[in-house]
Write a protein that binds this ligand. Structure first.
Ligand code: SAM
Length: 268
């Protein structure tokens, strides 16, 4: 009897199942109001593929399906996976979602448009580099209660005493980019820390004034003032590996136009 009590306590304390891997996070469900806020802030809807890492009773993926998305949940605990499948059935969304038993660190997640999670700060930090490796730029991530260290959230809201954090995976724009506008060559050096970018721009031997540089997923925008000729530019483009394609607005006292813009990465 004593040894049975000891074993039960051990399981409770370590979060271990009798067979298999220890849980990295105990099961605590996200309240419904927080689930709805997570899906609202990440704008989940038709066309989305939502993956909940550590999906518990399936509530986040099920609520996402009720908003028109498809997706799946992954949980190490088979009992949670069974509950989630039953809940999906009851909610009438079992044709749109599945729940699988597995380790969230080893999960294939590249198909996601939205990743949801309610884990722990330490687990988020261990996950972070994998999220950058596996997810495409533009993928949205939403986390209940726990942040990602120095990767600051793009948005943070509070609901019923809980924090909800929201990020978009940024494209990698670090390096030197080159392009021409009206026969003039531009060279831009970009330093990057997660979604924050610090561009320095030259045209010929002049340093230009870059303002409001913003990177959201694969989209970059920034304004430029060339004090020598009075030109104002607004650059706006989509990053695809070593190329940016988009448009630039050009404006000065006598002239205004919108032209195609294409930049090439010349050095990482
Ligand atoms: C705090 S609960 C969150 C459940 C659900 N996402 C929600 O918000 O209601 C964390 C879940 O992660 C699961 N979990 C813990 N470690 C895991 C791992 N390494 N791989 C997959 N699931 C894990 C637990 O079984 C638990 O169901």
């Amino acid at each position: 009897m004593k040894s049975l009590i000891f074993l039960s306590l051990l399981i409770l304390i370590t979060g271990c199942r009798l067979t298999g891997q220890a849980l990295d996070v105990p099961y605590v469900p996200t309240p419904t109001s927080v689930v709805e806020k997570m899906l609202e802030i990440s704008n989940v809807g038709p066309g989305d593929y939502v993956i909940d890492l550590g999906s518990g009773d399936g509530r986040i993926v099920i609520a996402a399906a009720q908003r028109g998305a498809v997706g799946h949940g992954i949980d190490l605990n088979p009992q949670r996976v069974r509950e989630a499948e039953e809940n999906a059935m009851k909610a009438g969304v079992s044709e749109r979602v599945i729940f699988i038993e597995g380790d969230l660190f080893k999960a294939e997640i590249s198909q996601a448009t939205v990743i949801t999670m309610y884990l722990l700060s330490s687990v988020n930090l261990r996950l972070r580099s994998g999220l950058f490796e596996k997810l495409r730029p533009g993928t949205r991530i939403v986390s209940h209660s726990f942040s990602m260290g120095e990767w600051e959230a793009d948005e943070e809201v509070r609901i019923d005493g809980r924090n909800v954090y929201y990020w978009v995976i940024p494209a990698d724009v670090m390096g030197q980019w080159e392009w021409q506008v009206n026969g003039e060559k531009f060279l831009m050096d970009v330093k990057q820390a997660f979604q924050k970018i610090y561009p320095q721009l030259r045209a010929g031997n002049r340093q230009l004034d870059v303002r409001q540089a913003v990177l959201v997923g694969e989209r970059i925008t920034f304004s430029v003032v060339d004090h020598r000729n009075g030109n104002h530019y607004v650059f706006n483009g989509l990053i695809d590996n070593d190329r940016i394609t988009g448009t630039t607005q050009i404006r000065n006292d006598k002239y205004k136009a919108i032209e195609n813009w294409s930049a090439t990465l010349v050095r990482r």
